[in-house]
Ligand binder design. Structure first.
Ligand code: UDX
Length: 461
């Protein structure tokens, strides 16, 4: 079957591992390469190093059927590959630019290993123009007389649905500089049966940033409007609903909240703003998206700090630590900004997250942190028990499913700061919860004058 190729994938993070497994699922022969011995040993046993829906099953299936293997031996993986996909990390440097050392390391290993003509495909998000340099770099270090070219093939997978997003992607972006590279990469993707957009290398690199930053901008725009809604008596969820019927606006990514996190939007907005700066241009829209997002992350913390004379000694329940549901990833999560602030103020933080607690505890182990303390609960209910304040940072379904009454039943004072607008305002009012969310009118605690169904008595347990 001429559609099946021998592929190597460098890096087994979200991008590399998911790509490798999906290529195997499509019938290609795949070798995943990572420098981490322990991780490779784990993957050989069919264990996924990341929590991602459906990934483990596909790893197991394709391993059993002999289409995927894992190794630290890059030389043997690269030497006769038809194509090598690079999916290593490009973390951001303090100035917002991308750190390309991992890419460079892999590029050099490729140059020294390949024995056949080979297409090198960069999946990692890299600044526009990087792939020209990667190609030059490989040429410079090339040991044997073989043809090697670099293609850009950015991915658009979202964490939590990475496998699905790869197998059923809306489009495949292929950035190449020769017909040979275009034809080979198109052929590799043929079994996916997805729309392919073929452009030059720099446009492909730009498509990735322009798409991600557009989505980031959309979120920041909604957060900006949400903050104004609060001030003028409007409700952002109704406003978003009204906007969503216009197909030019679209119905997705209109959720106001505690700001965007994750491994892509924060990094990619900064990287593009930096790239613009390097070229003597100020990308004002993207700058604005970054500024709004920075302020948004501490919006509820600021409200809580103003509401109380002190947070010192208060028991504060934190529901949700990950940057979004369906992942154990904490990168750029709102929790990472807010929990340290709460601890600094001397709060006793009791956190609960369905999958993110192990990772969080590596950064903030249970115990004293300055004047504050950090504790981990085994359920939402346990976290809420006796709490003075509750913050919600992640929209896990199990939080959305909480009965409003739980806040009045379990908490010392039912005071909720919801960064994800999980609850209906009317339900919170009915339950007697003081409720602060994003872009919606706050619900003050019930008193008899308002004629509520339940009188709230301070400090009843
Ligand atoms: C994103 C892109 O969706 C994906 O295409 C790209 O390849 C990588 O970056 P990801 O970071 O996994 O994927 O998560 P996503 O679901 O897009 O959410 C990113 C952040 O935005 C989260 O913190 C989320 O809570 C926030 N968000 C998203 C909102 O605040 N409001 C929304 O309406 C949507």
């Amino acid at each position: 079957d001429n559609h099946h190729y021998k592929l190597a994938v460098a890096g087994t993070g979200y991008v590399g591992l998911v790509a490798g497994v999906c290529f195997a699922e499509m019938g290609h022969q795949v070798t995943c390469v990572d420098i981490d011995e322990q991780k490779v040993a784990q993957m050989r046993q069919g264990i996924s190093p990341i929590y991602e829906a459906g990934l483990q099953q596909l790893m197991q299936k394709n391993y059993d059927e002999g289409r995927i293997q894992y190794t630290t031996d890059y030389q043997s993986a690269y030497k006769d590959a038809d194509a090598i996909f690079i999916g290593v990390g490009t973390p951001e440097k303090p100035d917002g630019s991308a750190n390309l050392t991992h890419i460079a390391t892999v590029a050099r290993q490729i140059a020294e290993s390949i024995e056949n003509d080979c297409l090198v495909v960069v999946k990692s998000t890299v600044p526009v123009g990087t792939n020209d340099k990667v190609e030059q770099f490989i040429q410079d270090f090339l040991v044997r007389d073989v043809k090697v070219e670099v293609a850009s093939n950015p991915e658009f997978l979202a964490q939590g649905s990475a496998v699905h997003d790869t197998l059923y992607a809306e489009r495949i972006i292929i950035g190449t500089e020769s017909e040979w590279a275009r034809a080979l990469l198109t052929s590799i993707y043929e079994p996916f049966d997805l729309p392919i957009v073929s452009v030059n290398r720099r446009s492909a690199e730009m498509i990735k940033y322009a798409s991600n930053d557009f989505l980031a901008l959309k979120i920041s725009y909604m957060n900006d409007i949400a903050n104004l809604c609060e001030l003028v008596g409007a409700d952002i969820s109704d406003v978003a609903r009204g906007m969503s019927y216009d197909p030019r606006i679209g119905s997705k990514f209109l959720n106001a909240g505690i700001g965007f996190g994750g491994s892509c939007f924060p990094k990619d907005t900064k990287a593009l703003a930096y790239l613009a700066g390097q070229n003597g241009y100020e990308l004002r829209t993207v700058r604005a998206a970054i500024d709004v997002n920075d302020a948004q992350k501490t919006m509820l913390y600021k409200k809580a700090s103003e509401r109380h004379i002190t947070l010192n000694g208060l028991k504060i329940a934190v529901l949700g630590l990950t940057f979004k549901p369906g992942t154990d990833d904490l990168r750029e999560a709102a929790s990472l900004v807010n929990v340290p602030l709460l601890l600094e103020q001397g709060a006793n933080v009791v956190a609960y997250d369905p999958v993110g607690m192990d990772n969080f505890a590596k950064l903030y182990p249970a115990g004293a942190h300055g004047n504050g303390t950090m504790t981990y609960a085994s359920s939402s209910k346990e976290a809420l028990d006796g709490a003075n304040v509750c913050f919600i940072f992640t929209e896990w379904d199990e939080f959305r499913a909480l009965s409003p009454a739980i806040f009045t039943e379990k908490m010392w004072t039912p005071l909720l700061y919801d960064g994800r607008n999980l609850f209906d305002i009317a339900d919170m009012r009915k339950a007697g919860v003081e409720y602060h969310s994003i872009g919606r009118q706050p619900v003050q605690r019930l008193n008899q004058k308002e004629g509520g169904t339940r009188e709230f008595v301070l400090h009843t347990t």
